[in-house]
Design a protein around this ligand. Structure first.
Ligand code: COA
Length: 321
């Protein structure tokens, strides 16, 4: 049995905030942000938008494109770091309710910016036991947990959700191989407090993201490079066989540094960080959806998805489209 992505969708807030708007209230500039990150704008969720509403919008489109009815879904796996509620109900259950997936199980998965890679492999593995279609979502509203006074971090993030539908079939290809990795010894490099460990930090919503940017940058380039090499080695492929590398969109300079290490051109990487910034678990499915709309993915293309982020976590998935 092979598992294919048969539909994709996006959920993006209406409000677009360009760098210049941030520079009105923060000691920063469009020039600094573009030159250090590649980001020109981000979407920011409005009062009526949340991780669940963006995820639901993405899910509806993905299901329609796949031609799958909500009641036919067997499982919903939603990767997020910013669930609507602190602990429960899960965002996946809110999506399940709103799309009417009455026969599906649903749960959230926490692996920060690597969440979509973890969710994809989790759903694929579950489908080996129950081959009904699966819905995999990466969704975050990072702008609700950043410290808007910290120019080192707040300029990097945006809000958005991407969804994919997985279906089992005998057609060759599909999700071929995955690598999931973690290194908790680096957990202090990227932290959002407010859980049970730090009750003194107050309500969950009050805690803000803390990051050691340089350490995260160095980790990301190494993890990115190693994941691509390891997946290709396992599949006995070379970089020449790969049409697209679709990375987590954290910083254009992370992608450029990896391109140099792999000795391939930037034209082999799909990049949309300029308009959406880092939407955490959302970046990879949002990129896939945009690639499909731009007709950049064709049957038989080999692509490599790569995620990395807090935890520390990292991983990749090799797909024959
Ligand atoms: N506007 C203007 N200046 C800024 C700024 C901003 N938004 N953010 C930081 N600066 C300043 C710093 O204060 C520092 O000033 P100083 O030299 O006077 O202290 C200067 O720019 C350089 O800071 P530095 O930390 O050396 O910049 P950098 O080149 O390492 O870039 C990051 C900083 C955060 C962009 C970079 O480290 C990064 O992208 N790290 C990875 C982050 C990430 O992707 N996290 C998510 C992973 S999933």
């Amino acid at each position: 049995m092979n598992v294919h992505i048969t539909g994709t969708g996006s959920g993006i807030p209406a409000r677009l905030v360009a760098n210049g708007e941030l520079a009105k209230t923060l000691d920063t500039s469009d020039e600094w942000i573009v030159s250090h990150t590649g980001i020109r704008a981000r979407r920011i969720a409005g009062p009526d938008e949340s991780t669940a509403t963006l995820a639901t919008a993405a899910a509806r489109t993905a299901l329609a494109r796949a031609g799958v009815k909500p009641e036919d879904l067997g499982i919903i796996v939603l990767a997020t770091s910013t669930p609507d509620y602190g602990a429960f109900p899960s965002c996946a259950c809110l999506v399940q309710r709103d799309i009417g997936a009455v026969n599906a199980g649903a749960f959230d998965l926490f692996a920060a910016c690597t969440g979509f890679i973890y969710a994809l492999e989790t759903a694929r593995s579950l489908m080996l036991r129950d081959p009904r279609p699966a819905l995999v979502i990466g969704a975050d509203v990072m702008t609700r947990i950043v410290d808007w006074k910290d120019r080192n971090t707040c300029v990097l993030f945006g809000d958005g959700a991407g969804a994919v539908v997985l279906q089992a079939s005998d057609r060759p290809g599909g999700l071929r191989d995955s690598i999931l990795r973690a290194d908790g010894t680096g957990s202090q490099h990227l932290v959002h407090e407010g859980g049970c460990r730090t009750p003194e930090s107050g309500p969950w919503q009050k805690a803000t993201l803390q990051m050691q940017g340089r350490q995260v940058f160095n980790f990301a380039v190494k993890a990115f490079d190693e994941t691509v090499r390891a997946l290709l080695a396992r599949e006995k492929l070379t970089l020449d066989d790969v049409r697209w590398i679709v990375p987590h969109q954290a910083n254009i300079r992370i992608i450029e540094a990896t391109a140099r290490r792999l000795d391939i051109g930037m034209d082999r990487f799909y990049v949309n960080i300029d308009e959406l910034a880092n939407t955490s678990a959302g970046t990879i499915p949002l990129a896939l959806d945009q690639m499909i709309r731009e007709e950049k993915l064709h049957s038989g293309d080999t692509i490599v998805l790569v995620g990395f982020g807090a935890g520390l976590t990292w991983g990749g998935t090799l797909i024959k489209w």
